[in-house]
Design a protein around this ligand. Structure first.
Ligand SMILES: [Zn+2]
Length: 149
């Protein structure tokens, strides 16, 4: 018997988001652009926060040495320094992903393949708000299956 997919709130949110991204970006080109934009947004935001934290709390910042270092401040500083190093790692990984992802952009497909993308996207992630599907869900479950927002 196949194992039921996990239904915890995190997984359900993931399935929903996963399907939405297939439904709303059903071509190769759209998936390329979406993932590129998403990667760049992640890098921009992380990079900017890192830069700011380093300026404010980095080893060479005079402000951090000016602080009256109470024990509370000390532990807060430690967790901020940990975050700086975590974000630094994330940025390094994002950079590696970017280098790999650039190659994904070399591929271009003809219209017939794009049609296949759209077709399978519709099968993999049918619109939950599609009226036929809502009707079918109601018939199957005998309860209104209104997706939450
Ligand atoms: Zn789960």
């Amino acid at each position: 018997m196949p194992e039921e997919p996990c239904q915890c709130p995190d997984c359900r949110r993931f399935y929903k988001e996963h399907d939405r991204l297939i439904r709303e970006f059903p071509t190769l080109r759209q998936q390329q652009e979406l993932n590129w934009a998403s990667l760049q947004a992640f890098r921009t935001l992380c990079g900017r926060v890192l830069e700011d934290l380093q300026k404010q709390y980095g080893k060479n910042s005079d402000k951090s040495s000016d602080l009256v270092v109470s024990e509370e401040n000390q532990s807060q500083l430690e967790s901020i320094n940990q975050s700086i190093s975590d974000l630094d790692n994330i940025n390094a990984h994002l950079f590696s992903i970017e280098v790999l992802m650039e190659r994904i952009f070399d591929a271009k497909v003809p219209e017939i393949v794009d049609k296949k993308f759209r077709e399978l996207a519709g099968e993999l992630a049918p619109d939950p708000l599609n009226i036929d599907r809502l009707r079918l869900n109601r018939l199957l479950h005998q309860t209104p299956d209104v997706p939450d927002r």
